[in-house]
Design a protein around this ligand. Structure first.
Ligand SMILES: *[C@@H]1O[C@H](CO)[C@@H](O)[C@H](O)[C@H]1NC(C)=O
Ligand SMILES: *[C@@H]1O[C@H](CO)[C@@H](O)[C@H](O)[C@H]1NC(C)=O
Ligand SMILES: *[C@@H]1O[C@H](CO)[C@@H](O)[C@H](O)[C@H]1NC(C)=O
Ligand SMILES: *[C@@H]1O[C@H](CO)[C@@H](O)[C@H](O)[C@H]1NC(C)=O
Ligand SMILES: *[C@@H]1O[C@H](CO)[C@@H](O)[C@H](O)[C@H]1NC(C)=O
Ligand SMILES: *[C@@H]1O[C@H](CO)[C@@H](O)[C@H](O)[C@H]1NC(C)=O
Ligand SMILES: *[C@@H]1O[C@H](CO)[C@@H](O)[C@H](O)[C@H]1NC(C)=O
Ligand SMILES: *[C@@H]1O[C@H](CO)[C@@H](O)[C@H](O)[C@H]1NC(C)=O
Length: 549
């Protein structure tokens, strides 16, 4: 599911960044107009210009689409594993590697199961023909004298018992195999669903932080209305991605769960029916119930053909699973290569992603500076009442500045004393909010009006959103997230998936072969048994004749 949706997800994430930086590059200069002349030549504007400048460059890199599969550097996934004969191409070897879009891939992997399909066909036709001949003989041929051999009789009995036991063992293998297979597939599915859900949760959180820009009413110091529209768009994009991902996840996971349950049920039924068939067939032929034996033979004839086909399907599934596991591993191992997965999961290259990450840090850091400038140059200064836009009767203890998590060179910085950090800055600032008169002048002690507090909160949320979720958004953009998911699947789930799909396939082969041979020996043993009875009767009547003469 992650895979299905990552195309739209990635492109929307790309859009998010586009909008994000677009907003800042256009939005920040508005500070210029909104701040009073006393600050117009101050640092605030310089910073704003700087933010605009650095984001323009980012825009250009982000606009570049993910480069299409470059033939020169493309990596054939699971090349060794998938080097198989391709019946669609004159049985030449298939060299395209793992690629579920390629019908040659499917043809070549289906061909691995060909022997099993062939056995099913040969059995169905061959044994059908035998049954017809037996029928014909039964009705048309005259009874010939029977030759009876003790050895043939004993051998047929031994084989009958042997194949019955083999069939029972096969059923047990199949039954335990399906339990484990179901367990493994469910665990894998749960893991993938969990990854998707945590992505949706984080996207919703990001959306929550960006969404605070939506607040309307108070005059916008940091976010003029056109910027707000852009941020609303970003938020809508993220929400729609999250909603799509969530809807697809729940829909697909339910479908897959239903499918797995059906497979499980089908395998249990097959194991049970085969067990019953073997057991009854053995009993009936032992007691010489000819009609019932032939009835079971006909049922078994069709069932065995069916299980051989199922076997083929499981072998195919097993091979595709193993191919996919190898392909996922190679995809993770070669992050720079272009592969068949690029069509499904488009990723930006590492350099672009690192660039984006730097930009999120930079913008986040600049927003902190903007907030701090307002705090130190407006809130924490006692202006004369005639200094109108700056004066709002601010008084009381000074508002602490927000800790900038980055140094100017964007390396991590530890907070200095007296700074508040992202964790509780808004709570701390809340204690500095005063009550205001109708004209927006503080009537109680405090250095932030409620409207200022809200606007600082919006800038804070944007800064925090980029700081906290930037790496996550970048990991979606450059597929680090997908690679991590693949690594986990390859390490934790692939061995079991491979092992138990093989287990089921072997169980099915055992059951089909053993039941097939049992069927044959029900008929052979039945005949031998009748010959024996007939010969005994013949001998007895012969001796009686001798005795009377
Ligand atoms: C692929 O390699 C050939 C020569 O080896 C070169 O001419 C061509 O430009 C390359 N294509 C790309 C997309 O790099
Ligand atoms: C900041 O974001 C949080 C979490 O989404 C939200 O609860 C809060 O109201 C936002 N703050 C502002 C000032 O919008
Ligand atoms: C979400 O799904 C709808 C319909 O299923 C589609 O029209 C829309 O483009 C999708 N949005 C994203 C961001 O993928
Ligand atoms: C996801 O499902 C919810 C509820 O079923 C629906 O309201 C929403 O529109 C769906 N979203 C998309 C993008 O399909
Ligand atoms: C991307 O580059 C950074 C350093 O520039 C490096 O630490 C990281 O491992 C690279 N990631 C990938 C997936 O190549
Ligand atoms: C406050 O504004 C003055 C100009 O009015 C400027 O020189 C000073 O650097 C500013 N202080 C801060 C912390 O931005
Ligand atoms: C904020 O966090 C700091 C350290 O984490 C703590 O010392 C301070 O009391 C907290 N303030 C509030 C208002 O929670
Ligand atoms: C200014 O604030 C003080 C409290 O700090 C208050 O007593 C005073 O009335 C306020 N002045 C105006 C004009 O509201």
């Amino acid at each position: 599911m992650v895979v299905c949706n990552s195309r739209s997800l990635s492109s929307s994430i790309l859009l998010v960044f586009l909008f994000c930086f677009f907003s800042f590059s256009h939005g920040v200069p508005h500070l210029h107009a909104l701040r009073s002349p006393s600050l117009s030549s101050g640092e605030l504007i310089e910073e704003a210009k700087y933010v605009a400048e650095i984001t323009k460059g980012t825009l250009r890199t982000l606009l570049q689409e993910v480069p299409p599969g470059n033939e020169n550097s493309s990596l054939v996934l699971a090349a060794e594993r998938t080097y198989r004969k391709d019946p669609l191409n004159d049985f030449k070897r298939y060299t395209g590697g793992w690629n579920i879009d390629d019908r040659h891939y499917w043809a070549s992997v289906s061909f691995t199961a060909a022997p099993l399909f062939l056995i099913a066909a040969v059995w169905f036709l061959g044994f059908g023909l035998c049954l017809m001949l037996i029928c014909l003989c039964h009705f048309c041929c005259t009874r010939q004298s029977y030759g009876y051999s003790r050895i043939a009789y004993a051998l047929s009995l031994v084989f009958l018992i042997l194949f019955t036991i083999a069939a029972i063992v096969g059923c047990v293998v199949l039954y335990t195999g399906q339990g484990k297979f179901h367990n493994t597939t469910t665990k894998t599915l749960d893991y993938v669903v969990n990854q998707a859900d945590s992505t949706v949760k984080k996207l919703n959180e990001v959306s929550g932080y960006l969404g605070s820009a939506k607040q309307t009413g108070v005059n916008k110091v940091f976010l003029p209305s056109n910027v707000q529209t852009d941020i609303d768009n970003i938020e809508a994009k993220i929400d729609s991605s999250a909603s799509n991902l969530s809807n697809q996840t729940s829909k697909n996971s339910q479908r897959i769960r239903d499918l797995l349950d059906s497979v499980r049920m089908a395998l249990i039924v097959i194991a049970a029916v085969m067990l019953l068939l073997t057991f009854l067939g053995f009993l009936f032929s032992l007691f010489g119930l000819k009609f019932l034996v032939y009835l079971l033979v006909i049922i078994g004839w069709i069932l065995v053909a069916g299980t051989f086909i199922l076997c083929g399907i499981f072998l195919l599934l097993h091979n595709v699973t193993a191919d996919t596991c190898v392909a996922m591993n190679q995809y993770v191992q070669h992050p720079a290569a272009h592969t068949a997965l690029d069509k499904i999961i488009p990723c930006v290259d590492n350099a672009t992603a690192q660039e984006t990450l730097m930009r999120t840090k930079e913008v986040s850091s600049q927003l902190v500076e903007v907030i701090n400038t307002v705090i130190s140059n407006v809130s924490n200064i006692n202006f004369a009442p005639n200094f109108v836009p700056m004066y709002f009767n601010q008084s009381g203890p000074l508002v602490p500045k927000l800790c900038n998590p980055f140094r100017p060179d964007l390396t991590n910085r530890v907070c200095s004393a007296g700074e508040v950090d992202y964790d509780n800055a808004t709570q701390v600032w809340k204690t500095y909010v005063c009550q205001v008169s109708a004209s927006g002048i503080c009537t109680t002690t405090g250095r932030l009006t409620p409207s200022m507090y809200d606007q600082i909160g919006v800038a804070f949320n944007l800064s925090y959103g980029l700081y906290n979720y930037g790496p996550f958004l970048v990991s979606l953009q450059d597929c680090t997230f997908v690679r991590q998911t693949f690594t986990d699947i390859y390490r934790d789930h692939c061995p079991d998936l491979r092992h138990y799909s093989r287990y089921i396939y072997i169980g099915l082969v055992m059951v089909s072969a053993a039941v097939m041979l049992s069927l044959v020996f029900w008929v052979i043993y039945g005949r031998e048994r009748r010959h024996r009875v007939y010969t005994k009767n013949y001998d007895r009547s012969h001796e009686e004749n001798k005795a009377t003469t």
